[in-house]
Design a protein around this ligand. Structure first.
Ligand code: ACO
Length: 320
């Protein structure tokens, strides 16, 4: 009988641009306040990339570190996939080929996916499928955003919510199920496509925040409940719950519904705002850098975003 192989997360890394922008900075140009933004979203600061940085350059920095932390050579990487809603180019070339080239990866497949803030969960599902089919052994996945490049800075309802950043992970083959990505659930419903998007007419992000807010809580709570029960696990079995960092109120509401200990919920939204496809890997890297994340910890991830798209994952961290 052929041996079954599993996919596991071998490393995590992130990159945050230098320029920190506080809520009070927005008070100078918009009819808004630190008090409103903190009360409605939890966000206090976010980081914006400089003019000569792009989403691929942020992605490159995180990808380079992810390969290093996985103790791999460039030649070991079989494929690179990038998730972004703010690519360097309108349609092509993809961020993935730009990052690959900069890393020195030659003649290996590279492509972008478009699933907004659910990007990292979609990447995990792809990497898992490619590895379990034995097509590839090491896949580099990158969530990279220069959200500031698609923000309308006159729209107080959106521009205060987002930030720039990137996160990357190496997903590798393992024979040990107890070190693997146990499950990934992804889904979408185009009925809600009008709620969040970047129309060609403006090339700027537009959102019906309030409607998304309600949908997000309902969808995430049922999605997370589903993946836990499908895997015969409860929130008590989880080491860390790492939700997409869009809004503290959404995260707390979902946390309460799934009854997870607050100390297990990883929060970075206050510091970084919503960094879309980069938000989950940046949050995983936060607890890695703080030395809270240990090999063997069981992580529960969930995300939702424009589309609408959503997804969740249960995985053991298998990094060093
Ligand atoms: N400062 C001050 N007032 C504001 C601001 C602001 N920055 N933004 C909106 N307001 C005002 C509105 O104009 C409105 O005023 P009105 O009552 O006079 O009309 C009032 O505040 C309430 O607006 P709502 O939109 O109803 O406020 P809400 O409590 O829903 O909070 C928010 C808005 C924070 C956007 C919330 O709806 C939210 O977080 N939604 C989810 C967004 C999200 O998570 N999107 C993720 C998708 S990620 C992706 O894929 C890219």
């Amino acid at each position: 009988m052929k041996e079954k192989v599993y996919a596991s997360i071998k490393s995590i890394a992130s990159y945050v641009p230098k320029n920190c922008v506080s809520n009070t900075d927005f008070e100078k140009t918009l009819d808004t306040s630190d008090e409103w933004i903190v009360r409605r979203t939890g966000i206090k600061t976010r980081y914006f990339a400089s003019d000569n940085e792009t989403s691929s350059s942020l992605g490159y920095e995180s990808a380079k570190l992810a390969i290093e932390r996985a103790n791999l050579n460039i030649d070991d990487i079989d494929m690179l996939i990038c998730a972004t809603l703010s690519p360097d180019y309108l349609t092509m070339p993809s961020n993935a080929v730009i990052i690959s080239h900069k890393l020195g990866i030659h003649n290996k497949p590279a492509f972008d996916i478009s699933s907004a803030c659910s990007g990292f969960i979609y990447l995990l599902s792809l990497a898992k499928a490619y590895i379990e089919s034995k097509m590839y052994k090491n896949i580099l996945i990158v969530g990279a955003e220069k959200a500031s490049s698609v923000l309308d800075f006159s729209d107080r309802g959106t521009c205060v919510l987002f930030g720039d950043g990137a996160g990357a992970a190496v997903i590798s083959q393992t024979n040990d199920k107890n070190k693997s990505i146990l499950d990934v659930n992804i889904s979408a419903n185009g009925k809600y496509s009008e709620l969040l998007g970047t129309p060609r007419t403006t090339n700027k992000l537009q959102m019906k925040g309030n409607e998304i807010f309600k949908l997000a809580i309902k969808t995430l709570a049922s999605d997370v409940g589903e993946i836990l029960s499908k895997n015969n696990l409860s929130s008590k079995d989880i080491s860390f719950f790492i939700p997409h960092q869009a809004n503290l109120r959404i995260i707390n509401a979902v946390g309460e519904i799934i009854d997870i200990e607050p100390s297990k919920i990883v929060l970075t939204v206050q510091k970084y705002g919503n960094t879309s496809a980069a938000s989950i890997p940046m949050a995983i890297d936060e607890i890695y850098n703080d030395k809270r994340l240990k090999n063997g910890d069981l992580l529960l991830l969930d995300a939702f975003g424009g589309g609408l798209t959503w997804g969740s994952s249960l995985l053991y961290f298998n990094g060093n």
